[in-house]
Design a protein around this ligand. Sequence first.
Ligand code: PMP
Length: 401
Amino acid sequence: MNRIVYLDGHATTPLADEAADAMAPYWTARAGNAQSPHARGQAVAAAIELAREEVARLIGAQPQEIVFTSGATEANNLAILGVAEAARRSGSGRNKVIASAIEHKSVLAALEELANRGFEVALAPVTTDGVVDLAALEALVDERTLLVSLMGANNEVGTIQPLAQAARLVHAKGAMIHSDLAQLAGKSPVDVAALDLDYASLSAHKLYGPMGVGALFVSGLADLKPRPLVFGGGQERGLRPGTLPAPLLVGFGAASAVATRDMAEVSQRQQVLATELLAGLAARQVRLHQNAIDAPRLPGSLSLRFPSVDADEVVGRLASTICLSTGSACSAGQITVSHVLKAMSMSDGQARSVIRVYIDRYTTLDDIHFAAGEIATAVMGVSGCHWVSDPVGCAHEVHTH
Ligand code: PMP
């Protein structure tokens, strides 16, 4: 069988064995609805509460501050639309919401929706290193500002954002702060209480848990509880009704516990492998530029620019062996370059030369040696080629992950 090396962990991470094992009986022998008063239902309810504790512990929250959702997309929408709606109903004079320019689409699209609903929205710029410009953010936050949304780590370039400083300056103006922690939680230490965050979003499938589940942290100290987006049977204190997906939640909890336990050791290994990949490319005389090299970054994450090389072409050539993604996406036959790379002041040409790598917990040294050889061959094969303008050459969906 063809060997496949997966280096696209920013898009999703494989399910941890511990999570798969913990989940299995909740589909079958231990299946039940947590709201049922009988023995099975109550055992499921207890398993869910254990998962809630494990997720809370991962981010330094209290269990009662965790609201389970279907993922980070929903959590981001609940935080942004829900808090805006709660503020509007409370008669608050604050109607401005700010996000950084490099947020995930689920934050940016929620801001667009707020603009349609009559809120004022603004985007804070980032430096060429992909870190929010704190002075520019401070200038945007005023006495009308309700909420600022700043991600923990970026899903394209891996930069870790200055959440503690941002929270301080936002609170100094009487506003609140939300952070999309989908890429940071479980990969690098994060403590929502120490950071003084009001709201934070999580996604299980970015931390070796199952797809289709996540959470919104709502600080017990936050001035406003979000108004729900959906209405139903009152689960999750009415903030997110719907039958709780016990197997997914048990998997999320187990994955969080493994991440809490192993994070330091895994991070160290990821750093070693990232260095090894760069050394393997250098040894083969591959010309490359590492983006955001001076910024704090997620261990295992690399954003590599191969000057004058069409990254989509490289990733296309590698598609059957090395799973990677680029900084561009094809829509309606047009190549659109990533809003993140553009916000970092890259030209379209530079952005189209960028490949995103995430070395996950299960990547081996042997995988990296194999990948270095394959990537080098593909880059060499493509370099010197002309830009591919044919839509066929841009069939790799990437930057929205
Ligand atoms: N935010 C970020 C930073 C992400 O990388 C992702 C995953 N693509 C999301 C939000 C959306 O998460 P989910 O897939 O759980 O909806």
